[in-house]
Design a protein around this ligand. Structure first.
Ligand SMILES: [Zn+2]
Length: 46
């Protein structure tokens, strides 16, 4: 699981709450809160 504020690396992450996908395209990107529901837990899907 990935939470907001971590730097999980490049990839596509899906909000555990609403299913919204968030793409991080740089290893230094910080996981934001979900842009749709503002929850903070995601799992990596790609
Ligand atoms: Zn969400």
């Amino acid at each position: 699981m990935v939470t907001t504020g971590e730097k999980p690396g490049k990839g596509t992450y899906q909000c555990k709450s609403c299913g919204q996908r968030v793409v991080l395209d740089d290893t230094t990107d910080t996981m934001p809160p979900c842009p749709k529901c503002e929850k903070t837990e995601f799992h990596k899907i790609n």
